[in-house]
Ligand binder design. Sequence first.
Ligand SMILES: [Zn+2]
Length: 527
Amino acid sequence: MENPVKNAAQKTKGGSAIRPTRAEDYAEWYQQVVRAADLAENSAVRGCMVIKPWGYAIWENIERVLDRMFKDTGHKNAYFPLFIPKSFLEKEAEHVDGFAKECAVVTHHRLIAGPDGGLIPDPKAELEEPLIVRPTSETIIGASFAQWVKSYRDLPLLINQWANVVRWELRTRLFLRTTEFLWQEGHTAHATEAEARAETMKMLDVYADFAENYLAMPVIRGPKTASERFPGAVDTYAIEALMQDRKALQAGTSHFLGQKFAEASGIRFLDATGTLNLAWTTSWGVSTRLVGGLIMTHSDDDGLVLPPRVAPAHVVIWPVFRGDETRAAILEVIESVSKALRAERYHDRPLELEVDLRDMSGGDKQWEWIKKGVPVRIEVGPRDLAAGTAMVTRRDKGAAGKESVPLSELPKRIPELLEQIQKDLFARALAERDAHTVAIDERAQFDRFFTPKNANKPEAHGGFALSHWCGQARCESAIKDALKVTIRCIPTFGIAGAQAAARITEPGQCIVCGEPSQGRVVFAKSY
Ligand SMILES: [Zn+2]
């Protein structure tokens, strides 16, 4: 059984396994959850992270599900070079402006011994044209599309790439903002504006579907304002989620690029009448940032909480020994239960099981798996052996989530339990978001809403403010300068309840200047 002394050592004096708690210091709590779950760590390269097996397995599940969703919507995977010639990036003026400040640039192709014995770039090996390590691939993929597209019969061209990108960041946080990160980028070309716009919205919906139904993370969907658009895009749409510290996380974006990138790259096609036309293009992406969103949406003061649909393991099972006489019998039960469970499925994949036979105390095992966020834990000890049962515990419910289940019922009960956990996590996150989504019409109340009484204690303030905005950039920047609050999106879907939805589109007066507004937008602090 659990060793109470060891157990106490795992939990700190305040009664939680993670210190500081969310209420004490949210930012530090996040780092400690990542560390305690063994998801990732900082590397020797500043700003770049090492994604450890448990964290990478979450990303692989994200990748697996999204990849199927992209293929189901007609897209095909391809791979393009890591290096982008500088001249390519220069082709679209707004695009280069947006990325120039965070580019890693390759200038040489050889090292030689330097005067101090170390290696230096060989001055004779300087590249004629510097290469940029891709921050995003519109221009390099555009060059290929220009070759591939000749006639309207070649359209639509629907391509996705799974890759890494580099954006030189000065202030980084594991998963949320790193210099190198993993992502997918969809790039498509179409014969008409209507088709390209439909594609942009379709992929935004795919992202929202994935965020809500797999990550159990409710999102608001809608267009960004001009100042928050992807550099060079005509329109950018985003899904935005609210984290437990009441800050928004932009969790995915879908861009309608008009004909700007097609013009820059020369993507032209002959239409049915033989006329040469510019194509219409889109791009869309999500990244390892989703893992950060997942952590911040569900985890608690004991560590990571994982939605079953993306958890690396659904269940962990371990034996609890007391003396040697029942050891063999308990191990036999563990083996037969594991076999029976592995034959079952949950949602779209076989049940994934960790069997923990390590020689360590039950208490240590328990806390390790709590901190790693495994949705369901199963223990089998001498008492269970006699009763023909197992002790089953839900990660998301604390002590209340314990039940004794007859061994024969486990194969049926576990998938049911996982589905319940998945639903409960979404419901809890949605209730949390709705509790902190407030319609605000007065500037003084708006300022109070976004002014923390204590910067590290999120519970006192903040969230999504649904307020009127006249559409002028100067009102938007006035709010940003005063409060570091931005317009997350002009919401179209995803605000809970018909009542809130109705309030979105009613006319009113701008929260800053008082001029007429056509509807409310979503203001929040953000990551
Ligand atoms: Zn205004």
